[in-house]
Design a protein around this ligand. Structure first.
Ligand code: AMP
Ligand code: GLY
Length: 422
């Protein structure tokens, strides 16, 4: 079977890395890929948003199965276009991807089907939004309804901050994504990421993970796409995972089917584990990045049959085994990220880090130039290692990070602290 992975991040590198090992994969392609992905797949120069180009690539390379990494093309209907062309695809239809594409849709679904989440209101009008804020008080969370590259969420500590967020978002800060607002009660607790594969009917839970969204040590500074992650997440023990499946994931999958939007793909629940139990913060319709890197490092089974079952049905016949070891990923980013960052700096000694036992360096924003690896993006590398415990995985990961010679980049030095503090 010929397989095409769509995307260019470390998440897609991790997916290609496991898919390349599958006996089911004859040829593996990635569009557009990056310098690291080029070691395990043939990279095609087609962007993730270029649907006609992706369809043409599928024809040219006799692709049997497409695995879509990022949310943007899913929300825009890439899975539908591929299915219409008769190509099997891992990833939800646009009708189902609305779970991530519209926070308002997700909140209304939760309200209608009794899925635990923060109390909320939906607004297109600033006066009504500020009325709601007057009643809830601060802290309060103001969100743009649509996709805003992870930046459309403002945790307002004061009422004036909340008002400013309302005015900025409705004033066009996030374009069309901010034409509508969701305002939410602030939930206190510990965050965790939960992943489940779905075929529209059956649900297969994957391992849990936690990520680190802030750019700086001690969870300081602005939010990013994610600066590190580990799996398993101690806060998501077996009992909590059972609750999450029963109270959140299964009711959502059933609700989506009842709404005529059967969910097929990976469902990523961003959770707050509160004193009252697990509550949903948000849904994503794709794997987390960097959570995918630690999940793939721990996976002991062939992923391809499970991904195909999401498209074909029959997920109830699939089991996935996980290594007992913990995995931890540290993201190395270009200096300046998540603001304006430098491009083109040279990264040296990657091979030495990658050659360490139980270490894999997943690439995100990299390219090859004159035989050197250069940084081309904000998040550039996801250095990932296994260990018998999270502490051991952390030690191995930072030993690998310290071998990499890249003055143009930085990383957090404290990934894993939340688990180690417990
Ligand atoms: P989201 O993009 O919806 O995942 O939000 C980004 C981050 O904002 C989350 O990872 C949480 O840390 C925080 N957040 C979002 N909604 C809430 C909420 N209702 N209460 C507390 N924190 C929240
Ligand atoms: N790690 C957060 C995300 O993928 O959205």
């Amino acid at each position: 079977m010929n397989i095409l992975v769509v995307g260019s991040g470390a998440r897609e590198h991790a997916l290609c890395w496991v898919i390349a090992k599958s006996p089911l994969a004859d040829r593996l392609y990635c569009a557009p890929g990056n310098a690291g992905i080029a070691h395990v797949a043939t990279c095609l120069d087609v962007g993730v948003d270029d649907t006609p180009g992706l369809l043409a690539a599928c024809r040219d390379h006799a692709i049997d199965f497409v695995v879509v990494g990022p949310e943007g093309p899913l929300v825009d209907g890439l899975a539908d276009a591929l299915a219409q062309a008769g190509i099997k695809v891992f990833g939800p239809s646009a009708a189902a991807a609305i779970l991530e594409g519209s926070k308002g849709f997700m909140k209304d679904l939760c309200a209608q089907y009794g899925i635990p989440t923060a109390a909320y209101g939906r607004f297109t009008d600033a006066i009504a939004a500020k009325d709601f804020i007057a009643r809830t008080g601060a802290p309060v969370v103001v969100k743009a309804d649509g996709l805003a590259a992870g930046k459309g969420v403002i945790i307002a500590e004061t009422v004036p901050d909340a008002h400013a967020a309302v005015d900025n978002i409705l004033g066009g800060q996030f374009g069309e994504a901010g034409a509508e607002l969701v305002i939410e009660e602030f939930m206190d607790g510990e965050e965790a990421s939960f992943f489940a594969l779905c075929d529209g009917t059956n649900v297969l839970p994957l391992a849990g993970a936690q990520d680190y969204k802030r750019v700086g040590d001690g969870d300081q500074g602005p939010n990013t796409g994610g600066m590190g992650a580990y799996s398993p997440a101690p806060v998501l023990d077996a009992a909590m995972a059972t609750r999450v499946m029963a109270e959140i994931i299964r009711p959502t999958v059933a609700a989506m089917t009842a709404e005529g939007r059967p969910y097929q793909g990976v469902l990523y629940a961003g959770l707050m584990i509160t004193a009252d139990g697990p509550k949903l913060i948000e849904y994503n319709v794709r794997f987390g990045d960097p959570e995918c890197q630690v999940l793939m490092a721990r996976l002991a089974s062939d992923l391809v049959p499970a991904l195909m079952a999401c498209a074909d049905g029959g997920l109830d016949t699939i089991t996935l085994d996980w290594k007992d070891e913990a995995a931890l990923c540290v993201v190395m980013a270009a200096n300046g990220y998540p603001g304006a960052y430098d491009k083109g700096s040279v990264i040296k000694n990657l091979d030495a880090a990658d050659a360490m036992a139980d270490v894999t360096v997943f690439h995100a924003g990299t390219a090859t130039q004159d035989a050197a690896t250069i940084a081309t993006g904000g998040r550039v590398l996801g250095v990932t290692a296994l260990g018998s415990t999270i502490a051991a995985a952390q030690q191995n990961t930072y030993a690998a990070v310290d071998l990499i010679n890249w003055p143009g980049g930085f990383c957090r030095r404290d990934i894993g602290w939340r688990a180690l503090d417990r």
